[in-house]
Ligand binder design. Structure first.
Ligand SMILES: Cc1cc2nc3c(=O)[nH]c(=O)nc-3n(C[C@H](O)[C@H](O)[C@H](O)COP(=O)(O)OP(=O)(O)OC[C@H]3O[C@@H](n4cnc5c(N)ncnc54)[C@H](O)[C@@H]3O)c2cc1C
Length: 496
């Protein structure tokens, strides 16, 4: 039989360096476009900071715990013709978080403005009208800024030429770039506990509420006006779902494969080197921290100094504790506030050390997932914010922090936690940096303490090297799972 030759157009090849949330979402989007995608991952598995830890019968997420903007994940699965419910499930939280203040006040935060405002008035005396006005302002700021700062490439002129962006510029005083978060919250609320609660949102991107522009108060908006969610299986399930979808779309994953160099021919990215072998590609996307991408993968290229030298965000010390008891007074998310928040941030930002009375966050996914801890036990993900790694003596700081955290929990709960710890794993800026190749162990790339921070994050594309793109928490629009998903969406649009 005579077969006529069929002219088949070779598929374009894309290489993604890293399989964090940004890398996984970008791989999915490029595969959906019909590209042949290979992901190189230095670790034995996917997920980066959104991976899991399993030990002694307990399960913890390595990093992220709160799930917001579920529609961004749903949108991605739907774009690929999938029903999200076939991959993952999530529940709206009510309450979202329990707050414990050193004076004994306990209050719950709800994703219903009226209910939350009533709870605040009941527990602190702050008029509910103040809370409602604040949440309504946050919604307005979010709607004014989201297209400029989150959903589009802030570095492309066309992003500014929309009706919404022009409206935003006309309403610049509402956006609040000329005052800091604490100053704005102190004007809004009489009660110091309420100010502290809303100041806390600076930590969601590793910033300092006493310096960061009050625009960042908007970080509280999704939680209260849209809802906080729990992803069944915890946040590692988000990575697992994206990985599954990527595999179904034909993405090839190479684990234990650290990329050594981006191959640049003239002014175009043409592949990567791994284990000394050149892998050619038409498009290269780096999900590696952008500072290291320049320093380690293309040291001969001139890095955009102003962007690369931006101060880094804070990091964290996390104790993943298996606790041999259950605590009905605790919920999924629990915050034990410092008695002196300004001092805590002075330590974090200026002294680059840890205050002896830190704010402690305890996340217990067992509250929603029985299989995350043995019967009558709980899996405590216990986190404090700490400075990024500047060569501090972390062994000493971890041991001091452990003592202070245990003392704080005992004072607040009236129970000595230490004898209940039957499993312990610890991460610190040094180990986070080493395990996820994040510059100085920062959780969110650069901090957002500067009012121009949004413009000082690296774009999702290279201005100098053709076919080179950047995704993940160290580049635009910033750190945190939803923003990493958005970085992939922006790349998708840039590639067209
Ligand atoms: C303790 C902690 C708590 C957090 N809490 C929250 C939260 O509650 N909510 C939230 O939204 N966010 C939270 N975050 C932040 C969130 O986890 C991150 O912003 C997000 O997961 C980062 O994803 P990424 O795409 O930047 O990739 P990363 O997670 O940084 O992963 C990058 C991946 O690339 C790989 N890689 C790097 N270089 C190379 C190379 N040269 N070759 C091959 N592979 C390479 C790394 O091994 C890694 O797997 C938290 C983070 C931590 C650590």
């Amino acid at each position: 039989m005579f077969l006529s030759p069929v002219m088949t157009k070779a598929k374009k090849k894309a290489i993604v360096i890293g399989s964090g949330v940004g890398g996984l979402a970008t791989a999915v989007r490029l595969a959906r476009k019909g590209l042949e995608v290979t992901v190189f991952e230095a670790n034995p598995s996917y997920g980066g900071k959104a991976t899991k830890i399993e030990k002694d019968g307990f399960f913890w997420g390595f990093g992220p715990s709160l799930f917001t903007f579920p529609e961004l994940l749903d949108e991605l699965f739907q774009l690929c013709g999938r029903n999200p419910a076939d991959y993952y499930h999530y529940h709206r939280l009510d309450p979202i978080c329990n707050y414990f203040f050193p004076d004994g006040t306990r209050l719950s935060a709800f994703a219903q403005p009226e209910k939350f405002a009533a709870e605040i008035e009941l527990k602190t005396g702050e008029p509910s009208s103040h809370v409602l006005a604040h949440l309504s302002k946050l919604k307005k700021v979010y709607l004014l800024t989201k297209d400029i700062f989150l959903f589009k490439s802030v570095h492309k002129l066309r992003s500014y030429l929309t009706l919404k962006s022009i409206q935003a510029l006309f309403n610049i005083s509402d956006i609040g770039i000329n005052t800091n978060m604490n100053a704005a919250n102190s004007r809004q609320f009489k009660d110091k506990r309420v100010v502290q609660l809303f100041n806390r949102y600076a930590t969601y991107n590793g910033s300092d509420p006493y310096i960061a522009p009050s625009t960042l108060n908007v970080i509280a908006h999704p939680e209260y006006n849209q809802g906080g969610y729990f992803l069944d299986g915890g946040m590692p399930d988000l990575s697992r779902s994206l990985y599954q979808l990527a595999c179904e779309l034909g993405v090839e994953f190479k684990f234990n494969s650290q990329v050594q160099k981006i191959n640049i021919t003239g002014k175009t990215a043409t592949g990567i080197f791994e284990k000394g072998i050149l892998h050619e590609a038409d498009i290269v996307v780096s999900n590696m921290d952008v500072v290291y991408t320049y320093q380690k993968l293309m040291p001969e290229q001139e890095a955009p100094a102003k962007i690369i030298e931006q101060p880094k965000s804070t990091s964290a010390i996390i104790f993943y504790w298996g606790i041999n008891r259950q605590f009905p007074e605790l919920d999924l998310h629990n915050i034990f506030f410092s008695g002196n928040y300004p001092r805590e941030f002075d330590y974090l930002t200026n002294k680059k050390l840890i205050y002896s009375d830190p704010t402690v966050y305890v996340f217990i996914s067992k509250k929603y997932q029985q299989q995350h801890a043995p019967a009558s036990c709980e899996n405590w993900f216990t986190l404090i914010n700490v400075p990024h790694d500047e060569g501090q003596n972390w062994d000493e700081l971890i041991s001091e922090a452990r003592k202070n955290i245990l003392a704080k929990l005992k004072a607040s709960l009236g129970v000595d936690i230490e004898p209940l710890i039957i499993s312990e794993t610890v991460n610190s800026p040094k180990t986070i940096g080493a395990k996820t190749l994040s510059h100085l162990g920062a959780l969110y790339g650069s901090s957002s303490n500067n009012k121009y921070s949004a413009f000082l994050r690296h774009p999702n594309f290279s201005r100098k090297i053709k076919n080179l793109y950047f995704c993940g928490g160290s580049v635009h629009p910033g750190g945190g799972v939803p923003l990493c998903l958005l970085s992939a969406k922006i790349i998708d649009e840039l590639i067209g």
